[in-house]
Design a protein around this ligand. Sequence first.
Ligand SMILES: Cc1cc2nc3c(=O)[nH]c(=O)nc-3n(C[C@H](O)[C@H](O)[C@H](O)COP(=O)(O)OP(=O)(O)OC[C@H]3O[C@@H](n4cnc5c(N)ncnc54)[C@H](O)[C@@H]3O)c2cc1C
Length: 493
Amino acid sequence: MNKQHQRITSLVICSILLLLQPFHVHPHTVCIIGSGIGGASVAHFLRRYSDPKTIGQIRIFERNGVVGGRMATVTIAGETFEAGGSILHPKNYHALNYTKYLNLQASKPKHADDSLSLGIWDGHKFVYKTLNSKSNLPIIRRLVSFANSIIMLLRYGVFSLFRMSSFVEVAVNKFLRYYEVFESRPVFESVEGMLKWAGLYNLTRRTLGEELVEVGLSPLLIQELVTIITRINYGQSVNISGLAGAVSLAGSGGGLWAVEGGNWQMAAGLINRSDVVLHLHEEIESVSYLGDVYELNSTEGKSYNCQVAVVATPLDELNILFNPGISIPPRKLQHTHATFVRGLLNPAYFGLDEISDIPELVGTIESVDLPFTSISILKQHEKDMTYKIFSRKPMADALLDDIFSLRVETIKINWAAYPHYHAPETYAPFILDGKHLYYFNAFENAASTMETSAVSAENIARLILLRLSGQVDYSSPNLQSFSNDSAENHSEL
Ligand SMILES: Cc1cc2nc3c(=O)[nH]c(=O)nc-3n(C[C@H](O)[C@H](O)[C@H](O)COP(=O)(O)OP(=O)(O)OC[C@H]3O[C@@H](n4cnc5c(N)ncnc54)[C@H](O)[C@@H]3O)c2cc1C
């Protein structure tokens, strides 16, 4: 065989070997629809848990001109406040890790202050009202806070309050299993499986009201304190599932925090540091499976091919065309109208003489007649205040003029905020087509928070990598973390 012959033969052998290479040795391209905390977290964890040979390009599509989705700020009278997802729990470990990893600062927003005076409004009167300390002296504030605890214990009962906090603590401790060490934690291909493993599934079979009656809470505590919390956090009554309720109650405890300057920075920072091609102002209109890739078509008239497609937004109010079609259980989203007002409340609306008699946080009981679910002070200025009002329906200007004696500026946002919760809950699949089309917002039926989004996203990233590697044993996955940066699991766990 002469030299030229030998070269041709080796070229042919090389080509055949290349053709025989299994598909997965080529880096996979991933397309993510949505740049909220979920989409950003999927990109982050895919990078963290894989090497460049496995995951190549990651594209994130966002129909808006900014990232963050339901984490967004609003600027009113020159000051910026959280407009959507605002409060984080002290045990939201992914959010804590993100904050540290991205060199962001945690802050304590005014409306997360446990010493805020609270009133429960029934439409005619305050059925419950804590004392408001107008003093700046710490000793006086402590005394008032002590007096408020006594008032609360007397109204709702020591045992009832204790049982409520135990109920929340048990659920939070179960949720902490999702931070267990990477190597021993299973990967989940269904929401049901994920909830069952942590012992949380049964909480989604009954309503919060039913769960709390069973653990022995007094009807008054459920009707008043518990109800105002579920109304503030999910715009819904105690008929939400026990799990969504426990999450909601956990979000009213102590130690709550937010990211200084806006929680949206978590999504922005994760996207920045995950080597992502970000397509802002590009809405995905259709997702078609072409045999080995998904073709995504956008409103810009462009097409993108990816081996993996992740839907990181609730599908309930969207018109994305899937080909072949997908099937998910019907789900309604709860709309929450967030109205921001710089001005002053009118004490007469509440039957009071002085503005200082109006509690800093006004919650409401469940009643169809009530036009708002809560009003809270976001900031006290020299002469007026910034307030946030939550309501199920838009706040008409005429109504606002009744509630406020002064309105300098008003901003209204209509959020398709979270699922309308039921019990028993049903869940969409994480894998929409049995192949590589994933839906991480299926987990929102369990609870919708920034942290639950991150937890679900971490599972989706692991599920993608496990399935790309052809592993079938989800209970003891063989995955490893490739990152040596500082976003580690919390040291306590
Ligand atoms: C008023 C309000 C208060 C809340 N309060 C809290 C709180 O205090 N604490 C807490 O933890 N959580 C809170 N939440 C819930 C929390 O904000 C959400 O659970 C979380 O931010 C959801 O993140 P996500 O990434 O799943 O979805 P999203 O943030 O909704 O992100 C989805 C993104 O996808 C984009 N998108 C949609 N369709 C397309 C398309 N076809 N093409 C391209 N892009 C598309 C959207 O524009 C959006 O940016 C609150 C939510 C609201 C609305």
